[in-house]
Design a protein around this ligand. Structure first.
Ligand code: DC
Length: 241
């Protein structure tokens, strides 16, 4: 059995709903969850704390190799622990995302985190959320979903999320940050953001979170990854292909 035999990859740009979908899938299937964005975020945060320059590839790679990090899937989402300290709020901030994008552009940092991600592919299965899950980390995965949404929809969702946490940000600012980050993630030389050749693209712009989950579970059933009986609350029209 290959390491990728029970892996569902959920890739796509930030704000497309990957986190919500991945958590929903992991919870419904009872599978493990890899939030690879959080891994890059925690590297950026650990570098800031240790006053390591985010562009110093050798130093950042060293931090990535030594990272003592733990993720917990909780009802409110994935919490992130660094050296026993809950750093969820810090790494999920806008600054945390910008720092993550910088360290994620460094090839040696990505290489240092590769095995750490691959070893999470364990029974009963893994839902892997990121940018290069289907192209680089789990190329043999039987189901690869590439989730997209319009930049405007993604900025609006992010605004709601941040306002819910009491952070004050403006919509135009979020939109320009999203476009800037997309450009950097798509243009980087190593693992640029693009769908795997065998990925199924889902546009979440007009869909609710439940509808996206319904589509993904339906695909998982098609591929023989689960025999899960779908939740009748999920729209049957969207579930039947
Ligand atoms: O998904 P996220 O917003 O938490 O990701 C934070 C940053 O990390 C984002 O700029 C893209 C980058 N990233 C990456 O390059 N590769 C991944 N597998 C996951 C995230």
């Amino acid at each position: 059995m290959s390491g990728d035999s029970a892996v569902i990859c959920v890739d796509g740009p930030s704000g497309a709903g990957k986190g919500t979908l991945s958590q929903g899938l992991a919870t419904r299937l009872g599978w493990h969850l890899l939030d690879s964005g959080a891994l890059y975020r925690v590297v950026g945060w650990a570098c800031q704390r240790r006053q390591v320059c985010l562009d110093d590839e050798a130093e950042v790679t060293q931090v990535a190799r030594q990272l003592d990090v733990l993720f917990r899937l909780e009802p409110a989402g994935v919490s992130v622990w660094l050296e026993g300290e809950d750093v969820t709020g810090a790494v999920r901030s806008e600054q945390g995302g910008a720092d993550a994008s910088r360290v994620a552009a460094l090839p040696k940092v990505r290489a240092a985190l590769l095995y750490r991600q691959q070893e999470l592919a364990r029974p009963p299965g893994l839902v892997a959320d990121g940018r290069d899950m289907g192209t680089v980390v789990f190329p043999e995965a039987p189901l690869k979903i590439f989730l997209i949404a319009s930049p405007e929809a993604r900025a609006k969702r992010r605004l709601d999320q941040l306002q819910g946490r009491g952070e004050s940000v403006s919509l135009p600012r979020l939109l320009s940050d999203i476009e800037e980050r997309d450009a950097r993630d798509q243009a980087r030389s190593v693992s640029p953001l693009s769908p795997a050749g065998d990925a199924i693209v889902i546009d979440s712009t007009p869909l609710s979170a439940g509808e996206v989950l319904g589509k993904a579970l339906s695909l998982a059933i098609d591929r023989g990854l689960t025999t899960e009986i779908l939740d009748p609350r999920l729209d049957p029209a969207l579930i039947s292909r």
